[in-house]
Design a protein around this ligand. Sequence first.
Ligand SMILES: [Zn+2]
Length: 82
Amino acid sequence: MPEFDCQETKRHVHEYIHNELSEQEIKEITAHLANCDSCETDYDLETAINQKIEQHCSEVPPEKLIDGIMERIRAIQAGEAH
Ligand SMILES: [Zn+2]
């Protein structure tokens, strides 16, 4: 079983968050995220967007939602992404 590279990991981040992968794939991605800042940032962004949508989809109009997501993305890029 080859290790996942960045391309492979980024392609599967969405399924990873939604638990749509095999146990082996989850292991590979978990290991890769632990060692790769670039993919970890992608994972954080995807998680943040998912949480925003889950928390607010029923109560907040879409423009507000997008504002919140952009704020979160800027915060991540300003901080942890370096
Ligand atoms: Zn990577």
